[in-house]
Design a protein around this ligand. Structure first.
Ligand SMILES: Cc1cc2nc3c(=O)[nH]c(=O)nc-3n(C[C@H](O)[C@H](O)[C@H](O)COP(=O)(O)O)c2cc1C
Length: 191
Protein backbone atom coordinates (compact mmCIF):
# COMPACT_ATOMS: atom_id res chain seq x y z
CA UNK A 1 0.00 0.00 0.00
CA UNK A 2 1.25 3.47 -0.83
CA UNK A 3 0.58 4.60 2.75
CA UNK A 4 2.96 1.94 4.08
CA UNK A 5 5.72 3.06 1.72
CA UNK A 6 5.20 6.72 2.61
CA UNK A 7 5.23 5.90 6.33
CA UNK A 8 8.44 3.87 5.95
CA UNK A 9 10.02 6.63 3.90
CA UNK A 10 11.57 8.49 6.80
CA UNK A 11 14.83 10.41 6.73
CA UNK A 12 17.49 7.85 7.58
CA UNK A 13 20.93 9.12 8.50
CA UNK A 14 22.74 5.95 9.61
CA UNK A 15 23.41 3.23 7.05
CA UNK A 16 25.11 -0.11 6.61
CA UNK A 17 28.05 1.05 4.52
CA UNK A 18 28.99 -2.53 3.66
CA UNK A 19 25.87 -2.65 1.49
CA UNK A 20 27.07 -1.33 -1.85
CA UNK A 21 24.84 0.19 -4.50
CA UNK A 22 25.39 -0.17 -8.22
CA UNK A 23 25.02 2.75 -10.58
CA UNK A 24 22.04 0.96 -12.14
CA UNK A 25 20.22 1.01 -8.77
CA UNK A 26 20.45 4.79 -8.80
CA UNK A 27 19.56 5.04 -12.48
CA UNK A 28 16.40 2.96 -11.83
CA UNK A 29 15.42 5.47 -9.14
CA UNK A 30 16.13 8.41 -11.41
CA UNK A 31 13.71 6.94 -13.91
CA UNK A 32 10.95 7.58 -11.36
CA UNK A 33 11.79 11.28 -11.53
CA UNK A 34 11.36 11.15 -15.29
CA UNK A 35 7.72 10.15 -14.83
CA UNK A 36 7.05 12.74 -12.15
CA UNK A 37 5.16 15.97 -12.79
CA UNK A 38 6.95 19.28 -13.23
CA UNK A 39 5.85 22.87 -13.77
CA UNK A 40 5.07 23.73 -17.41
CA UNK A 41 6.51 20.28 -18.23
CA UNK A 42 9.79 22.19 -18.33
CA UNK A 43 11.95 19.18 -17.35
CA UNK A 44 14.81 21.37 -16.19
CA UNK A 45 16.17 18.92 -13.66
CA UNK A 46 19.13 16.65 -14.29
CA UNK A 47 20.46 13.93 -12.01
CA UNK A 48 23.97 12.81 -11.16
CA UNK A 49 24.19 9.27 -9.76
CA UNK A 50 27.26 8.68 -7.59
CA UNK A 51 28.22 5.36 -6.04
CA UNK A 52 31.99 5.21 -6.56
CA UNK A 53 33.57 4.91 -3.11
CA UNK A 54 36.38 7.36 -3.78
CA UNK A 55 34.00 10.04 -5.05
CA UNK A 56 31.55 9.51 -2.18
CA UNK A 57 34.42 9.93 0.29
CA UNK A 58 35.23 13.30 -1.22
CA UNK A 59 31.61 14.45 -1.03
CA UNK A 60 30.67 13.32 2.51
CA UNK A 61 32.41 16.24 4.24
CA UNK A 62 30.25 18.69 2.29
CA UNK A 63 26.88 17.33 3.43
CA UNK A 64 25.32 18.85 6.57
CA UNK A 65 23.27 16.35 8.55
CA UNK A 66 20.48 16.88 11.07
CA UNK A 67 20.78 20.51 12.13
CA UNK A 68 18.74 19.89 15.30
CA UNK A 69 21.17 17.23 16.55
CA UNK A 70 23.80 19.59 17.85
CA UNK A 71 25.96 16.82 19.38
CA UNK A 72 25.94 14.58 16.34
CA UNK A 73 28.19 15.31 13.40
CA UNK A 74 26.57 13.02 10.85
CA UNK A 75 27.24 9.40 9.99
CA UNK A 76 30.75 8.13 10.72
CA UNK A 77 32.76 5.75 8.58
CA UNK A 78 30.85 2.48 8.28
CA UNK A 79 27.51 4.27 8.71
CA UNK A 80 27.52 6.34 5.55
CA UNK A 81 25.18 6.18 2.55
CA UNK A 82 26.59 4.25 -0.41
CA UNK A 83 24.82 6.26 -3.05
CA UNK A 84 24.11 9.90 -3.70
CA UNK A 85 21.89 11.36 -6.39
CA UNK A 86 22.52 15.03 -6.99
CA UNK A 87 19.58 16.94 -8.41
CA UNK A 88 20.83 19.81 -10.57
CA UNK A 89 19.57 22.15 -13.25
CA UNK A 90 21.07 24.38 -15.85
CA UNK A 91 18.30 26.95 -15.92
CA UNK A 92 16.64 28.91 -13.16
CA UNK A 93 17.99 29.55 -9.71
CA UNK A 94 17.94 27.94 -6.31
CA UNK A 95 15.08 30.21 -5.27
CA UNK A 96 12.94 29.74 -8.39
CA UNK A 97 9.65 28.39 -6.95
CA UNK A 98 8.98 26.18 -9.97
CA UNK A 99 12.34 24.49 -9.62
CA UNK A 100 11.87 24.13 -5.88
CA UNK A 101 8.54 22.35 -6.49
CA UNK A 102 9.97 20.19 -9.27
CA UNK A 103 12.94 19.31 -7.11
CA UNK A 104 10.74 18.28 -4.18
CA UNK A 105 8.45 16.15 -6.30
CA UNK A 106 11.28 14.41 -8.15
CA UNK A 107 13.15 13.84 -4.90
CA UNK A 108 10.13 12.31 -3.21
CA UNK A 109 9.56 9.94 -6.14
CA UNK A 110 13.16 8.81 -5.83
CA UNK A 111 12.98 8.36 -2.07
CA UNK A 112 9.74 6.38 -2.27
CA UNK A 113 11.33 4.20 -4.93
CA UNK A 114 14.29 3.63 -2.62
CA UNK A 115 11.97 2.42 0.14
CA UNK A 116 10.25 0.06 -2.27
CA UNK A 117 13.70 -1.48 -2.90
CA UNK A 118 14.29 -1.82 0.85
CA UNK A 119 16.66 1.10 0.82
CA UNK A 120 16.23 4.52 2.38
CA UNK A 121 17.91 7.83 2.70
CA UNK A 122 17.83 11.49 3.39
CA UNK A 123 17.29 14.59 1.29
CA UNK A 124 20.11 17.03 2.02
CA UNK A 125 19.74 20.61 0.99
CA UNK A 126 22.34 21.95 3.40
CA UNK A 127 25.43 21.25 1.39
CA UNK A 128 28.53 22.96 0.15
CA UNK A 129 27.55 23.35 -3.50
CA UNK A 130 30.80 24.94 -4.57
CA UNK A 131 32.99 22.20 -3.10
CA UNK A 132 30.83 19.39 -4.45
CA UNK A 133 30.89 20.99 -7.91
CA UNK A 134 34.70 21.11 -7.64
CA UNK A 135 34.90 17.43 -6.68
CA UNK A 136 32.79 16.50 -9.69
CA UNK A 137 34.32 19.01 -12.04
CA UNK A 138 30.76 20.18 -12.69
CA UNK A 139 30.38 23.06 -15.10
CA UNK A 140 29.46 26.45 -13.58
CA UNK A 141 26.32 26.34 -15.71
CA UNK A 142 24.74 23.88 -13.30
CA UNK A 143 23.13 24.65 -9.97
CA UNK A 144 23.06 21.86 -7.40
CA UNK A 145 19.62 21.83 -5.76
CA UNK A 146 19.75 18.91 -3.40
CA UNK A 147 21.63 15.70 -2.63
CA UNK A 148 19.67 12.51 -2.10
CA UNK A 149 21.75 10.28 0.15
CA UNK A 150 20.70 6.66 -0.27
CA UNK A 151 21.74 3.38 1.27
CA UNK A 152 20.68 0.47 3.44
CA UNK A 153 19.26 2.07 6.58
CA UNK A 154 20.77 0.86 9.85
CA UNK A 155 18.66 2.96 12.15
CA UNK A 156 15.10 2.85 13.41
CA UNK A 157 13.02 5.95 12.92
CA UNK A 158 9.89 6.41 14.98
CA UNK A 159 7.18 8.95 14.25
CA UNK A 160 5.90 10.63 17.41
CA UNK A 161 2.45 12.23 17.46
CA UNK A 162 2.40 15.86 18.48
CA UNK A 163 -0.28 18.53 18.51
CA UNK A 164 -0.23 21.88 16.76
CA UNK A 165 2.21 24.19 18.52
CA UNK A 166 4.29 21.45 20.19
CA UNK A 167 8.04 20.97 19.68
CA UNK A 168 8.78 19.83 16.12
CA UNK A 169 12.49 19.16 16.71
CA UNK A 170 13.53 15.58 16.03
CA UNK A 171 15.91 13.80 18.40
CA UNK A 172 18.08 10.69 18.56
CA UNK A 173 18.20 8.45 21.63
CA UNK A 174 21.10 6.38 23.06
CA UNK A 175 20.39 3.46 20.68
CA UNK A 176 20.61 5.85 17.73
CA UNK A 177 16.88 5.49 17.20
CA UNK A 178 15.66 8.67 15.58
CA UNK A 179 12.36 10.19 16.75
CA UNK A 180 10.50 12.52 14.45
CA UNK A 181 7.54 14.48 15.78
CA UNK A 182 4.65 14.83 13.35
CA UNK A 183 1.52 16.88 13.94
CA UNK A 184 -1.57 14.65 14.22
CA UNK A 185 -3.93 14.51 11.26
CA UNK A 186 -6.76 16.26 13.09
CA UNK A 187 -4.60 19.34 13.67
CA UNK A 188 -3.48 19.51 10.04
CA UNK A 189 -6.97 19.79 8.65
CA UNK A 190 -8.65 23.15 8.66
CA UNK A 191 -12.40 22.80 8.54
C1 LIG B 1 13.77 19.96 1.09
C2 LIG B 1 14.38 19.20 2.23
C3 LIG B 1 15.66 19.50 2.64
C4 LIG B 1 16.26 18.77 3.67
N1 LIG B 1 17.56 19.04 4.01
C5 LIG B 1 18.15 18.30 4.99
C6 LIG B 1 19.53 18.52 5.29
O1 LIG B 1 20.19 19.37 4.72
N2 LIG B 1 20.10 17.71 6.23
C7 LIG B 1 19.38 16.73 6.87
O2 LIG B 1 19.95 16.02 7.70
N3 LIG B 1 18.07 16.52 6.62
C8 LIG B 1 17.44 17.28 5.68
N4 LIG B 1 16.13 17.05 5.36
C9 LIG B 1 15.38 16.01 6.07
C10 LIG B 1 14.40 16.64 7.09
O3 LIG B 1 15.11 17.04 8.23
C11 LIG B 1 13.33 15.58 7.44
O4 LIG B 1 12.52 15.38 6.31
C12 LIG B 1 12.48 16.01 8.62
O5 LIG B 1 13.25 16.03 9.79
C13 LIG B 1 11.29 15.07 8.85
O6 LIG B 1 11.73 13.74 8.98
P1 LIG B 1 11.15 12.63 8.02
O7 LIG B 1 11.79 12.85 6.65
O8 LIG B 1 11.56 11.33 8.61
O9 LIG B 1 9.68 12.83 7.95
C14 LIG B 1 15.53 17.75 4.33
C15 LIG B 1 14.23 17.45 3.91
C16 LIG B 1 13.66 18.16 2.87
C17 LIG B 1 12.27 17.78 2.40
Amino acid sequence: MLKDIVKKSRSYRIFDESYKLEKQDLVDLIELARFSPCGKNGQYLRFIPICEEEVLKEIYPYLAWAAYLKDWGGPVEGDRPTGIILVVSKEGSLTDPILACDMGIASQSIMLGAVEKDLGGCMIRALNRKKIAEVLNLSDDYIIHIALAIGKPAQDVIVEDIHEGENIKYWMDEDKTHHVPKIILHDLILD
